[in-house]
Design a protein around this ligand. Structure first.
Ligand SMILES: *[C@@H]1O[C@H](CO)[C@@H](O)[C@H](O)[C@H]1NC(C)=O
Ligand SMILES: *[C@@H]1O[C@H](CO)[C@@H](O)[C@H](O)[C@H]1NC(C)=O
Ligand SMILES: *[C@@H]1O[C@H](CO)[C@@H](O)[C@H](O)[C@H]1NC(C)=O
Ligand SMILES: *[C@@H]1O[C@H](CO)[C@@H](O)[C@H](O)[C@H]1NC(C)=O
Ligand SMILES: *[C@@H]1O[C@H](CO)[C@@H](O)[C@H](O)[C@H]1NC(C)=O
Ligand SMILES: *[C@@H]1O[C@H](CO)[C@@H](O)[C@H](O)[C@H]1NC(C)=O
Ligand SMILES: *[C@@H]1O[C@H](CO)[C@@H](O)[C@H](O)[C@H]1NC(C)=O
Ligand SMILES: *[C@@H]1O[C@H](CO)[C@@H](O)[C@H](O)[C@H]1NC(C)=O
Length: 315
């Protein structure tokens, strides 16, 4: 059995070598939002288009912006406020956003503009979130200095809800598929995603500005891209190659071992047979099977005359 034992070890070793790289590469992928520079550029563009809607604006009135035709599907709005009144009173309803009192804006500006974004069907284009499905469009709320309404490429102000958090009440949220739980996702200004629970079926909370949506984890393995240009795709196909190589090697080793085993068993049997035949030859003579009609029966190949002692007992 020493032979069998070492054969089994060999099979295990081959299988292990095949599987190990697959296990290792699983922990190397990390989740990332989409390219931060693209969303930054979009924010700047949308700030420009939202501000264009503010021609001699009334404080506290929501103005809808127009959008270039290459971004049809995106909506923007602008709301100009005095920062003192924003802190004291908040804004009961700005589109989907409910801003409570206590919002602190830094650095101090006398007037600020809150730009609203609804990215519509461009949501997953700009805020790509691997392994998640959007159940609602990505909405943005960003605060800018409102002192110069023709200014472009403005830096966002720092916003902090010191009292109650800002609520985002999404409208027309797609239902989560059976067995999966919807989650709020917030992208901060660095583009990093953070998840939290959904309240009352459609509401998310935040203490900061940024981009918000409701997502659900894609339950089954996401469809693999056909020719992925990213390094992640390369890793995936690498993994596949390793699995295949492992399986093929394992299968080959198994086949080789199986045939070795069969050969060995055959040899063993032959040896036994030879030994038996030798024994039989020692006892008398080997019996050969001969067909007699339809049945088989042992028969002697050569009929020998019984040895007789001719000289001593001659009749
Ligand atoms: C997506 O899901 C697959 C399969 O569950 C996993 O291998 C991969 O690491 C995930 N990608 C990200 C970015 O989380
Ligand atoms: C992922 O995020 C990190 C940290 O923000 C960044 O350095 C990296 O370039 C991002 N990778 C991709 C593919 O976006
Ligand atoms: C869309 O068009 C505007 C104005 O024509 C241009 O500034 C912007 O770069 C374009 N954006 C994209 C994403 O093509
Ligand atoms: C979004 O829809 C508009 C038409 O409603 C279309 O022109 C645009 O290409 C779509 N955007 C994406 C990313 O599919
Ligand atoms: C407002 O911004 C525009 C564009 O950056 C600039 O040309 C203009 O001088 C600014 N006006 C004031 C009053 O700062
Ligand atoms: C926001 O305000 C709260 C309460 O004043 C404070 O505890 C928190 O550190 C602030 N957060 C930021 C990011 O400034
Ligand atoms: C989801 O589950 C409910 C009850 O568990 C069932 O009535 C419904 O048909 C399911 N829907 C889908 C799309 O599977
Ligand atoms: C995500 O949000 C939670 C709760 O607000 C916070 O504790 C955590 O640090 C955040 N994570 C990241 C990566 O921002």
């Amino acid at each position: 059995m020493g032979l069998l034992g070492s054969l089994a070890m060999l099979v295990l070793v081959v299988l292990y070598i095949g599987v190990l790289p697959h296990v290792k590469s699983q922990s190397t992928t990390t989740a990332n939002g989409s390219s931060n520079s693209e969303t930054k550029a979009l924010d700047a563009l949308l700030q420009d288009y939202a501000f264009r809607a503010l021609i001699r604006p009334k404080t506290g009135t929501i103005y809808e912006g127009s959008i270039p035709s290459n971004l049809t599907g995106i909506k923007v709005a602008a709301l100009r406020l005095r920062s003192g009144s924003l802190r004291r009173k908040g804004v009961p309803m700005y589109k989907e956003f409910e801003i409570p009192k206590g919002l602190i804006v830094r650095p101090y500006v006398e007037r600020l503009v809150l730009v609203y974004q609804n990215l519509g069907n461009w949501s997953k284009w700009y805020y790509e979130l691997p392994n998640y499905t959007y159940l609602a469009p990505v909405l943005g709320l960003l605060a800018y200095d409102g002192s110069n309404l023709s200014a472009t490429k403005l830096q966002e102000l720092d916003v902090n809800a010191s009292g109650d958090p800002i609520s985002v009440k999404f409208e027309g949220v797609n239902p989560a598929p059976n067995g999966s739980v919807a989650k709020c996702v917030v992208f901060d200004l660095q583009g990093l995603a953070n998840f939290s629970n959904v309240r009352e079926g459609n509401t998310c909370s935040t203490t900061q500005q940024g981009h918000f949506s409701i997502v659900v984890e894609s339950s089954n393995a996401p469809p693999a891209p056909v020719s992925p240009p990213s390094s992640q795709g390369e890793k995936k196909s690498n993994k596949k190659v390793w699995i295949i190589v492992g399986c093929v090697l394992g299968g080959l080793a198994f086949l080789v071992l199986l045939s070795l085993l069969v050969l060995w068993v055959q040899k063993f049997k032959q040896k036994k047979k030879m030994q038996q035949m030798e024994k039989a030859a020692e006892v008398g003579e080997a019996l050969h099977m001969t067909s007699v009609g339809e049945t088989k029966a042992p028969a002697a190949t050569v009929t020998r005359t019984q040895p007789t002692l001719e000289h001593e007992y001659a009749p």
